[in-house]
Design a protein around this ligand. Sequence first.
Ligand code: COA
Length: 338
Amino acid sequence: MTPNQSRQYGVEIIGSGNGLPSRRLTNADLVKMMDTSEEWIIQRTGIEERRLCDWDSGEKTSVLAAQALQTAIDDAGITPADIDLIVVATMTPDMPTPTVSCLVASKIGCDGVPAFDFNAACSGFVFSISTVHELLKGGMFKTVALIGADCLTQYIDYSTAGRTASILFGDAASAIILRRTDDTSKGLIAHAMHTDGAGSSILLIPGSRSDHPDPENCEDREVKRVYMNGPMVFKFAVKKFPEVIQETLDLAGLEADDVDHYICHQANARILEAARKRFGLHEDKLRININKYGNTVAASCPLVFNELCKDGSIKPGQRVMFIAFGAGLTWGASLWQL
Ligand code: COA
């Protein structure tokens, strides 16, 4: 399609849907696998259970992503033929190539449409929703499927040695459908995106010993497993989360209370509560669902969005801000007029 440079469009979100693994991993299950306790996990993180892929039955990122997209397509009342771009935010593709988005296009019956993956770790959905907005606004595409999909548990060490990171993460996919509209009042109001590669050593998956922050002492079992300096990541998040919210509000010329829903990356309930208190937000404005899913990386924000849509909390005409932070380091926010 040739972009129509002479005019600009609005963008609306017309559907959403999830793809969740059937297996549940509760805190009680983790107690059987490592030296931890249900109380410790709940108090430090707010997580009660998370979903895990059943790899033997073929569950993986592309499978969950396709399920999420099919549900979102049905929710939007469109058909796969209406979609003209598929973007998958992920850091855990099934394999280095092909991309998850190509596999999803084929599974959904969208072969032939452009499709690409977008990796900004836990910030992937937030970075990509702002980017996709511009592709729609400029007229290059009409209907775009955006999916956050990650199955990070394949990189987790479920022994006592890996207990700090292993309790946090779960697998999931969640999709939205975005559509160009002539109503220019709808769409992105303001956004912020940031990275700090110099801070990357506090949260990473080392590909080899030399990637590890302490290569001399890195054990073989630590290669290709999540490495996380929990307290340092916590400090980073507690600082950057409110900062990026304020930055985005300032860009939009709005006050915190002018936004109806803060749709936040679910990394730790304590980090979310700190942000909520910092802006004096009512509980209804900042949904926490980490208790059910844990940290699902790029799927985290759309899982919250979908939940708010399905229970009727999100209404047409409201303003919502998507906010995330993660490995890279990356952090960002995307403020929308629905
Ligand atoms: N069960 C029981 N004890 C545990 C444990 C577990 N699962 N994990 C760690 N501990 C222990 C540690 O070994 C340590 O023991 P010690 O004092 O005897 O050395 C103690 O608990 C405190 O460890 P610490 O890492 O300082 O805990 P914390 O209060 O920082 O909580 C996190 C750990 C991971 C919950 C917290 O740091 C966090 O949420 N960080 C941010 C993580 C995040 O957001 N990651 C994703 C970014 S996208």
